[in-house]
Unconditional design. Sequence first.
Length: 359
Amino acid sequence: AGFIKSPLSQKRLTQDSVELYCEAIGNPIPEIQWWFEGNDPNETYAQLWDGARQDRVKINATYNLHSTSTISIANLTGDDSGMYECRASNDPDRNHLSKSPKVKWIRSQANVFVIERPKIAADVMESSGKLILSCNISAPHLTITGHKWIHKEKILQEDMNASAFTSYTIDGKKEEHSGIYECVYEANPQIRGEVNISVSPQVMAYKKSEHGNEGDTGVLICKNPSYPAVTSWSWHKNGHGPLENASGRYIINSSGNKTELRILKLDIEQDTGDYFCNATNSFGSGDATVNLRVRSRLAALWPFLGIVAEVLVLVTIIFIYEKRRKPDEVPDDDDGGSAPLKSNATNHKDKNVRQRNAN
């Protein structure tokens, strides 16, 4: 057996987590084990198992073509500092209790240093329409090389100052910029603090006005984009009080920062009106209004019926006009109109001839 990848020594803060990776190759495929030796001089190596240390230790291993194994330790304490050893062997007698393996276990070691987490004092101050967020390490134990401010995984500001104090300014009110902001100190290991801007729920209706057809299911939705999350939601109707699932016609589904009200078999007279969604958290409550309009099932036919009526009126007008129009008074007859003209022309010619003969 031989190692392809060995675990690397790391520094971590208390309450953080650490992950060590080991990869071995051989024929047959070797087994991988994890062992630990603490910093106490009298402490000896002890094998680590999945679920050890009050289930803070997780070990994942795969054996396909070669061996890979990862050990993860969550919520680190000072007692987790020490030497971690990855052992690999493909000797058939490696786990036999009465026989020594012909081929010894090969070993790869890594040190994990768990450092006490420094205390960070976080603060939010409002001044002249601005929010000033600040972090200050009371007792820096590590060398600081810079700072970052992060919100929703987006870097808002960064610098290369070595100061234990850092701040970030936001233009606006708390209600517009609530959430979790991280102040990050660049060091080894990295130090992170949190500044929470907390407000009462800023409830918004997904649509301020909803429409539904009689007999269908109406859906009204409200959400809360602010921090912290809503702990309880409720729905009310103007003049009717609170709405509950037990009524049979109302179905309320709420989870975190979103709530949904479904109204079964909409009724024009009973369900039309204003609905109020109310949200509550540890900092207060807030609500929003949704107006519901219920239309008759025939409402969709009215535009079509209007077009049909217009067509019928136009056809009737055209028909009446055609019936009342007068026929032509003079018919187009070639025989009746040309014959008299020809006769008159002949008589006029004969009269001229007689006059010449008389002379």
